[in-house]
Design a protein around this ligand. Structure first.
Ligand code: CIR
Length: 252
C-alpha cells in the first residue's frame, strides 16, 4: 500500500472553515500531529510518499479532497472551494505514475471527503462542496465499471465522511444527526457517542481503524464490536475541520 500525504502549509491558519469558529493554529503542533499520523500509516504497512507543502494553499494537507483512488484508476476532483482548486494538479502528477486518470469537469464540483467507497457502493455527499453535476459525472464514469453511485444529502457538517465512514464487515460508523440512516440500507450502522459528534470519521487500513484520539466513547463502541482501533491525536488538525481520512490518499 502507498499513502500519499502532503506537508502542512505555513499558511494553514488561513484555511477554509464552514462549521467551526476560527481558532489560532499552532504550526508546530500541526506538524507533530501530521508526523505521528504518517508514522501510524507506516506502522500499518504503507509506504508514505509525502508531497511538499503548497504554501499558497492553506488546506493542501487535506489531500483526500483532491482525488478518489480506485483499484484500476483514479479520479481527480474539482474542489468546491475555489481556494483549493490549485491543489489538484500536483496530486495528478503523482497519481498518474500509478493509475489511469479521469477528471471531474465544470460545472461539477466534488471534494474527495464527500466520496465514501464501500466495495462497489460509492456514496456521494451533496454538500456545500459537491454538487449533482459531479454525481452525474461519477455515474457516467463508474456505472460501466461495475460501481453503484448513490447521492446522499448531508446536513450540518462539511462532508459526507464527516457523517459516515465504512468500517468493514458491512458496517458504517455514523452520526445520524448529520446523515439520514435510509442512505445506508443494507449496512449495519454503528452510531457515534452523542457527546462526540465528529467521531464518525475513521480510516480503515487492513483490518485496523485509525480514529481520532479525542473520541474515547466512540472508540469503546467500536472495540465492543471487535474492531481494532489505533487512536491518533488530531486535535489541532480538527480545528481546520480536518479528520483522519482527509490527510492521505491510499493506493491499495
Ligand atoms: C476545508 O474546509 O476544505 C478544510 N478546511 C478541511 C477539509 C477537510 N477534508 C476532509 O474532510 N476531507
Amino acid at each position: 500500500m502507498i499513502a500519499i500525504t502532503r506537508g502542512i502549509s505555513p499558511n494553514m491558519a488561513d484555511c477554509e472553515l464552514v462549521h467551526l469558529e476560527r481558532q489560532p493554529l499552532n504550526l508546530e503542533l500541526l506538524r507533530a500531529e501530521h508526523a505521528t499520523y504518517a508514522r501510524t500509516l507506516r506502522d500499518l504497512g504503507c509506504a508514505v510518499v509525502e508531497l511538499p507543502p503548497l504554501e499558497e494553499h492553506p488546506d493542501s494537507v487535506f489531500v483526500e479532497d483532491t482525488a478518489i483512488v480506485f483499484d484500476q484508476f483514479a479520479l481527480l476532483t474539482r474542489p468546491g472551494a475555489e481556494s483549493r482548486r490549485g491543489e489538484v494538479s500536483s496530486v495528478a502528477r503523482i497519481l498518474g505514475e500509478y493509475r489511469e486518470l479521469f477528471w471531474i469537469s465544470e460545472p461539477g464540483t466534488l471534494d474527495g471527503g464527500d466520496v465514501l467507497v464501500a466495495g462497489t457502493d460509492v456514496f456521494v455527499g451533496l454538500s456545500s462542496r459537491s454538487n449533482a453535476e459531479a454525481v452525474e459525472q461519477l455515474r457516467f464514469l463508474l456505472g460501466p465499471r461495475g460501481y453503484q453511485v448513490h447521492a446522499v444529502e448531508v446536513q450540518n457538517c462539511l462532508h459526507l465522511k464527516s457523517a459516515a465512514t465504512w468500517i468493514g464487515d458491512g458496517q458504517m460508523l455514523v452520526n445520524l444527526e448529520w446523515v439520514d440512516p435510509s442512505a445506508f440500507a443494507g449496512y449495519e450502522l454503528v452510531e457515534v457517542d452523542p457527546a462526540e459528534p465528529a467521531a464518525a470519521n475513521a480510516l480503515r487500513l487492513r483490518q485496523v481503524l485509525i480514529h481520532g484520539a479525542s473520541y474515547p466513547r466512540t472508540r469503546s463502541r467500536l472495540e465492543e464490536r471487535g474492531h481494532q482501533v489505533v487512536p491518533v491525536d488530531i486535535s489541532e488538525i480538527a480545528k481546520a475541520e480536518g479528520a483522519v481520512t482527509c490527510c492521505s490518499l491510499i493506493l491499495r
